[in-house]
Design a protein around this ligand. Structure first.
Ligand code: ZN
Ligand code: ZN
Length: 219
């Protein structure tokens, strides 16, 4: 709520909340927000099971990969490899046929993911870590292996490769988020992604963890 206010977003215009998976940085507070605004909470069965949401009247189950509609927006759930029960990410299409792809918390990019995110006009992607910083960073070996593994998070390089696969003439906006504070550095993200985006490092848009992003519009 606080972040919405800071971004100048009127919370009463929120129609629903989509939860990707049960990890705290994504699910914590989601139900409380939905209760406060009396709006539905969408999540997979596995996520809801983990969060004990199954019996809640505001919970709406997402059938994995079945497209559904929320107030004129078509929502396509996409299965991703991540170490949670039933993680999903989303491609959202407006009536104007503009498509926004939101993709974070995945250890590797599957063929299915590349197919699902083709033709997006906006992409919000994860550029989580730099492998060298991760290896030399403060995480214990087990956690390092988790982050770098196929069910962990995308590195800057993996993100850049994905951008190269998804780039097309209609792509207007790419933002990089879920950037690790300990295992990554802004400059490294900018370097890797600018090559894929064919822009200067300074014009790569990063989403910081500790403040709300600007408002982005697809035209
Ligand atoms: Zn996360
Ligand atoms: Zn996660």
């Amino acid at each position: 709520m606080e972040r919405m206010e800071l971004a100048g977003v009127d919370s009463s215009r929120l129609s629903a909340v989509l939860v990707t998976h049960e990890h705290g940085d994504h699910a914590k507070g989601a139900l409380a927000l939905c209760e406060l605004l009396d709006i539905p909470l969408y999540a997979s069965f596995g996520t809801a099971l983990r969060m004990s949401w199954l019996e809640h009247p505001l919970f709406r189950a997402i059938e994995s990969e079945d497209v559904f509609e929320i107030e004129g927006f078509r929502v396509r759930p996409v299965i991703v490899p991540h170490d949670s029960r039933e993680p999903l990410q989303f491609v959202i299409e407006a009536r104007s046929e503009k498509r926004l792809g939101v993709l974070s918390d995945l250890g590797c990019v599957t063929r299915n993911i590349v197919k699902a995110y083709q033709g997006c006009h906006g992409l919000q992607l994860e550029a989580n870590h730099d492998p060298v910083m991760l290896r030399n960073g403060p995480y214990p070996p087990k956690l390092q292996a988790r982050v770098a593994g196929n069910y962990g998070h995308l590195s800057n390089r993996q993100c850049a490769e994905l951008i190269s696969c998804l780039a097309w003439s209609g792509l207007q906006s790419v933002t990089a988020g879920h950037i690790s504070e300990k295992n990554n550095a802004e400059q490294l993200v900018r370097q890797e992604l600018s090559a894929a985006l064919a822009c200067t490092p300074d014009s790569v848009t990063l989403l910081p963890q500790d403040e709300p992003s600007a408002w982005f519009e697809l035209r």
